[in-house]
Structures are given as C-alpha cells and as structure tokens.
Design a protein. Sequence first.
Length: 382
Amino acid sequence: MFLFVSIKSSFLFGGNIYLLNIIQQVLSKLVNVNTLSFAIKIMLAMIIILIIAIYAMLHDKKKKYFKLLLIRTKLEPLISQLIIDETPATEEQLEELRQITDTSLARQYMVEELMKSKQNHSGEVSERIVTIYLGLDLKKYSLEKIHPKNNWHIIARGIQELYMMEQLDTYEEIYKYTNASNEYIRNEAQIGLIHLTGFKGLDFLEMVLYPITNWQQLKLLDQLKRFPKKEDFSSSVPKWIGSGNNSVVVFALKLCYEYQLIQLVDEITKCLQHESANVKTQAIETLVRLENDQTPKILLQYFNQASRSDQLLILDAISKMATEEDAAALIKILDYPDNLIKLKASIALSKCSNSGLQLIREKSLSNPEPFQRIVNHILSTT
C-alpha cells in the first residue's frame, strides 16, 4: 500500500513538473511573439515618422526655393538699376524695396546681393550700395545677428555683413569677438577690424589668447595690403613679440618681414632663444629678409643651437650673404656628421672665401667621402 501511494505520488509530482514545463514554454512563446509584435509596431511607427519628417523637410525646402525664386525675380532688376544709376536711390525706390524685403528670407537675400555687388565695385558705386543697405535699415538686421545668444555661424555672418558694409561705428562691437572661443567668429572679427581701420585693427593682438592659424595670418596680411599708406605701428610690435601667445609672436615677426622693420632687428634676434620652434624659424626668415652686415654673424653664432631644419635654412641664406669674415665659422661646420649640412656649408664657404674651394679639396684628401663628391658638385654648378 505504501509503495503504491509512493509510486502514485511520484507520478503525480512528476506529471505536475512536466505540465509546468509545458506551460512555461507556451508562455515563453507567447511573450516572444508579443515582444516581436510590439517591436515591429515600434519600427513601423519610427519609419512612418521618418518618412513624414523627410517629406516635411523636402516640402519646406521646395517652398523656400520658390519663395527665393520669386524674391530674386523681383529684386534683381531693381538692385541692378540702383547700382547702375549715377544718382542715389530715391525714397520711392527704397520704399518699393522695403515692401519686397518684408521677410527675413528676403532681407537676407538682399544683404547677400549687396555684399556680392560691393565686392565687385569700388568708389561711388560702392558708396551707393552702402547707402542702399542703410536706407533699407539692414544694418539693424545685421546687428541682431551678432547677439551672443545666436549660433556661431549667425554671429560670424553678422560680423562679416557689418564690416563689408563699412560700418565703422560697430568697431567696438566687433572687437569684443576677436578673442571669442569659436574660431570662425574670432577670425571674422579680426579680419573685420583690419578691414575697417587698417593697421589700427591690429590692436586685438594685445589681448587674443587663442592661436592664430597660419591661414588666418595670411588673410590678415592680405587685408593689410588694402591700405597702401603704411601707418607706423612699429612701436607696438615689441609688445606683440613679447606675447605669451606664440602665434602672435610669429605674426609679429611676419609683420617685421613684410614691412621690413629694420629698427627691430635686436628684438627679432632675441626670438632665436624663444621656446617655440615656429618662432625661431620665423625669426631666422625675418633676419634674412632684413639682412645687414651683422646677419651672417648672428645666424652662425646661433647655428649650434638650431634644429636641423633651421640649420639648413641658415646655410642656404648664408651662401648668399656670407663674407670672408664668416669663413672660419663655416669651416667648423664642415666637421658636422650630417652630409647634407657638410654640402651646404661647403657651398657657402666656396662662395664667401677665395680659398674656400681649395680648403674643401684638401679636406677630400683625408676624407674623400663625402668631400670628393662635394667638390665635384661645386665644380659642376659653377
């Protein structure tokens, strides 16, 4: 009897476990099916939302395109006529333009067209374009753009509009952005100051903390070329050379190079001891440009401290300016282990000293490699 009950209990208990396993599997499948169904619904919803968003964006672009087309059709002939006319725009003409430029899209198009036209004209035509810009109160529109709350590209655009339209009274507003954390904003502001005031615009060099890229330096120098009257800014250069911003020091040296500030040779020479490799290289290039009878001596005294690339730069320059007095220093350089430096020093020595080539020939007797090849090279190029 006990055995029968035990068997029966085992059967019932085992059956229950089996039944539970079946129920668990069924529920698991139901859950998976429900989860998969839910995921599919979510994906479909996301796809629909994406399609709607793309459609809305394309529709908005299409709508904007046709609006611009209509604005262009109305404005282009009017702008062209106003620019061609030799008389200032009348109030009636300006009022007609105001009615067309009553939206932000139309105003922006108008500003862009005026800027394009101004780039292609000068003199009285350029002045008329600025008059139209002011007459339509577009300056207010540009000033709104440079509010700090705006995105960087809007601020940069506003700065460009103001300086392109010669709004000198906005100098201080633009100056504030010359040290902006955003590179595009500060670049436009720096260019803007020079565009408006020429060499006076370089004042920002005293306060800028961010690096001025090589490309930006080229653009600044290009802006300065617009001002043929070179104002005396040499008194400010020593302050810039002493800046903690290495890129400002490099740019100051480029100004010395470009405008041949010979009176600052001593300050430039001190830059050979600067911690920045870029500053040292620019100092060498500037000293070479401002060459005087002391330049070879200065460069040769610095030679041992210079980097290899700067040593090659020095030797290339020395070959064109060295004299007999510099021969002794060049002879010492012949013992450098670098064969290219040996070659360039030999070339410089052969040019500055009457006995230079003979000294190199004598050197080739005890050290034929590379000096024999160097002698052959010098002979083949003279």
